[in-house]
Write a protein that binds this ligand. Structure first.
Ligand code: AMP
Length: 419
């Protein structure tokens, strides 16, 4: 399968070649012909699968194929709604790359920064707008932009919109769109609220689903270290010194914990920066650029801040704290092992987190190999054995540590559900 066989126009083929893309990813291969065929789309795919090109490339082609009737019109023709500023910037950058040989104008708007530059860009006339919901509604309310002429609408990372409390904003945006439009809906998971939302947006959609999360993790080398809570920072410093780790993304549960860990790493002479919601947009972008340029070796992040971080060659992901939602583990470690590369995911498990590891092992369908030989393995021999012996048996209900049933997350199979 090649991009040529997807009937793409030559300016796009050329741009993809220049990006170094030779073979479409499964989501691209499945989605591009359907979108070019003007069908609505319900796609189950997470970041890292190449989903951005799966919607951006056919939209660029469709826009190019039907130029504006009224040349002087400045209305927005395609709207891409995405939950975070980082994702919005990345999507706009991707559109710039895929559309570099086309006369299609695009820009990005998001909150947390002055609206001045964004409003100026909009006033010049924009074909494709990538936006986060809050700033979009804000500018609409100020009368600075209208969605009345939108022909293509993409809702990206719908499940994250829900997690982050943006679902009402999303519904408000949808009410402002024309009825006649083509809509593409992307979500990594399909909990019931998301299925309802999809039903309200899409008309007779084509459905595609790629790589359920559990198989995404297959090519990632996963390791589990049992360690007391108080020794985690020493273990991380030890591994950073002993192992050839060029880049590490370290997940902590809290913003405060992220800042504290950065201080500890810096004290140990290891370059590190934190990225989380309390940091300004500029500080986050700077930390990310330093990390991508490898000036910073360790990026410490909370889950929400890490959404949308797109780093092509990330060798190691650390779960400094084990997430209590098993799917979060899969999202986290999926940051490494991108684009066919292998990656290493290392988890530090303190005794109280063993229940979370059990839930994760059930989700991924296999035990995570334990590394017991390390200098901070106080109680680990016992703990390791206990978890190892527990085969991940199929269980209808997973319980979290408080003994509550977690909210059901359903993975969309694409075949047996009509939406
Ligand atoms: P996405 O899921 O859209 O965030 O893409 C994940 C990463 O894969 C990005 O760094 C893309 O540049 C890269 N990518 C997307 N499609 C392809 C492809 N067909 N070949 C190689 N890399 C790709």
């Amino acid at each position: 399968m090649t991009f040529e066989s997807l009937n793409l126009i030559s300016p796009i083929l050329q741009a993809l070649k220049e990006e170094g893309y030779s073979v479409p990813t499964p989501i691209q291969h499945q989605a591009i012909p359907k979108v070019l065929g003007r069908r609505d789309l319900l796609a189950c795919a997470q970041t890292g699968t190449g989903k951005t090109a799966a919607f951006a490339v056919p939209i660029l082609q469709l826009l190019q194929g039907s130029p504006r009737q009224n040349k002087s019109s400045k209305s927005i023709r395609a709207l891409i709604l995405t939950p975070t500023r980082e994702l919005a910037i990345q999507i706009n950058d991707s559109i710039a790359a895929y559309g570099k040989h086309l006369p299609i104008r695009h820009t990005v708007i998001f909150g947390g920064v002055s609206q001045h530059g964004q409003v100026n860009a909009l006033s010049r006339g924009i074909d494709i707008l990538t936006a986060t919901p809050g700033r979009l509604l804000d500018l609409i309310q100020q009368g600075l932009l209208s969605l009345e002429q939108v022909e293509y609408f993409v809702l990206d990372e719908a499940d994250r919109m829900l997690d982050m409390g943006f679902i009402h904003d999303v519904r408000r945006v949808i009410r402002l769109l024309p009825r006649e439009r083509q809509s593409l809906f992307f979500s990594a998971t399909m909990p019931p609220e998301i299925v309802d939302l999809a039903e309200s947006i899409l008309r007779n959609p084509e459905q595609v689903a790629v790589t359920p999360p559990s198989s995404t993790v297959d090519r990632i080398d996963q390791q589990l270290y049992h360690v007391e809570k108080t020794q985690k920072k020493n273990l991380l410093i030890h591994l950073m010194r002993e192992m050839a780790i060029p880049t590490a993304l370290v997940f902590t549960r809290t913003k405060h914990g992220a800042d504290r860990l950065v201080k500890d790493l810096l004290k140990a002479g290891i370059s590190a920066e934190a990225i989380h919601g309390n940091k300004s947009q500029n500080a986050r972008q700077r930390a990310l650029s330093n990390f991508k340029a490898r000036t910073t070796r360790v990026l410490v992040a909370t889950d929400i801040a890490a959404r949308g971080i797109d780093i092509d060659e990330l060798s190691h992901v650390f779960n400094y704290e084990i997430p209590n939602i098993p799917e979060t583990y899969v999202h986290r470690i999926g940051r490494t092992g991108r684009a066919g590369l292998s990656g290493i995911a290392i988890s530090f498990c303190e005794p109280e987190e063993k229940a979370y590891i059990r839930d994760i092992q059930k989700l991924i369908g296999k035990p995570i190999p334990v590394v017991s030989e390390h200098p901070f393995a106080s109680m680990s021999a016992f703990a390791a054995q206990e978890i190892k012996q527990e085969r991940p048996a199929p269980q209808p209900v997973q319980q979290n540590r408080q003994g509550q049933k977690p909210k059901k997350q359903r993975y969309f199979t694409g075949m047996n559900r009509s939406v």
